[in-house]
Design a protein around this ligand. Structure first.
Ligand code: SF4
Length: 423
């Protein structure tokens, strides 16, 4: 394993007191991280199992490494999610979004409607549309091209971040084209980048219990590597807190890091906590847990920061999975990106998430400032769009009206208990 690329000087002083109270094994690993050494898979697994008394040292080290590598800026992107169909027959156990096409709630948006939504997003200041959907049995092999064409014809400047590796697999299968040619053609048609979703946990045994029909971990990696080689950058994700544990998490991040060493194609790492409420996995699997605990969320973001330092320096928190209050807390645990404003959110909501569909740019800025950090609006590939250190974004109403009294920033008005204490 190579040492951390582009090492930066880490000052021990801010973390000295926390390190002093940590157990010798944890302290030794954190010392190595501070020295700029790469944290191995085995060391990552030990950090994931860190006790409550070691948590302060883990978090302080992750936060200091974040500060030295990225600074105090916290980024967000103004994006609209467009889930163009919820029809899907893959029956993933953790998903409550996919329905059969006869279902009352079945939906397949017309190309015109997709273009309308992209145009509306652009008018509201959106720089990206994130387009994903179920694997609808009736869509033709060129449907993903038609979606790109619809958006790019209507709003040429819009960045299209679209199609999970599973959708790419489906498009390749339907169109019978070689993977590399298919990806190159998508890029030429306007695909700007891809979400690294459908990774779930890159572990064969766990994956088979989550979904029998989904592409394998090896297939996911093959498609991601091919995308990077075709010049299409992607995010990297993990879905955790179900039937998995520290060994799987450390191995997953290690595998993501190995891909990054070879391709450099990942823009960010996004931990996605399992939302359990409406899922078959939670109902039927005897070992399924109701999502990660707050301590596991803290460990996930902090260990990801340490294991990926110098390899993937953007660690994102998902406010839609964790809620805005816990998301803000993660900014102190190694995180430097708050993700997207979303405008519409269907997938987590279908699984039972109640954290709303949109946080407007002005609200993002308030959350970031409340953590004592500098708000920056970015584009999908982390170029700066606006620096809000001394100004505010325009106030806009959420695209989808909130329930009366619902305020995602209500937590800013009251003193919050420490999330670990509240657990
Ligand atoms: S996770 Fe994706 S592929 Fe699996 S059932 Fe849901 S929509 Fe279909």
């Amino acid at each position: 394993m190579p040492d951390t690329p582009n090492p930066v000087q880490i000052d021990r002083k801010p973390v000295e007191a926390a390190l002093a109270s940590a157990s010798p094994v944890i302290r030794a690993i954190l010392d190595r991280a501070i020295e700029g050494r790469t944290i191995s898979r085995q060391e990552g697994e030990i950090l994931f199992s860190a006790s409550a008394t070691d948590l302060d040292a883990l978090v302080s080290t992750a936060d200091e490494i974040r500060r030295r590598r990225i600074g105090d800026r916290v980024t967000f992107v103004t994006v609209r999610n467009i889930n163009f169909t919820n029809v899907c027959y893959m029956a993933c156990q953790f998903c409550n979004f996919g329905v059969r096409k006869e279902a009352k709630s079945a939906e397949l948006l017309s190309l015109d409607e997709v273009a309308n939504r992209a145009e509306e997003a652009w008018q509201r200041g959106g720089t990206e549309v994130c387009i994903q959907g179920g694997l609808h049995p009736d869509i033709p092999g060129d449907h993903y091209f038609r979606l790109l064409d619809a958006v790019k014809t209507r709003v040429p400047q819009m960045h299209v971040h679209a199609f999970s590796p599973f959708e790419i697999w489906y498009g390749v299968k339907k169109s019978r084209k070689p993977l590399r040619d298919y990806l190159t053609a998508l890029k030429s048609a306007g695909l700007g980048s891809m979400p690294g979703t459908a990774a779930e946990i890159l572990d064969t045994e766990i994956r088979l219990q989550l979904t029998r029909n989904k592409l394998s971990a090896d297939e996911w990696e093959r498609i991601i590597r091919a995308a990077h080689e075709a010049g299409i950058r992607t995010t990297a994700t993990i879905m955790y807190g179900h039937i998995d544990g520290p060994a799987h998490w450390a191995a997953h991040i290690d595998r993501i890091r190995s891909i990054q060493i070879d391709t450099g194609g990942f823009t960010e790492f996004v931990p996605l906590g399992f939302v359990h409420e409406q899922t078959r996995l939670f109902r039927d699997h005897p070992q399924a847990r109701p999502g990660p605990t707050i301590t596991e969320n803290i460990r996930m973001h902090a260990v990801a920061r340490l294991m990926l330092a110098g390899f993937i320096d953007n660690i994102q928190v998902s406010w839609v999975k964790l809620g805005p209050e816990a998301a803000r807390f993660m900014l102190d645990c190694g995180v430097n990106d708050l993700g997207g404003t979303l405008m519409n959110e269907s997938i987590s909501r279908a699984a039972g998430s109640s954290h709303g569909q949109e946080i407007t740019p002005a609200e993002m800025v308030r959350i970031i400032r409340s953590a004592g950090r500098i708000p920056i609006q970015r584009n999908t590939l982390y170029g700066m769009v606006a620096d809000y250190s001394e100004s505010d974004p325009d106030e806009i109403a959420p695209l989808v009206s909130r329930k009366q009294g619902a305020d995602p920033l209500a937590f800013l008005k009251r003193p919050a208990p420490h999330p670990v204490a509240a657990e």
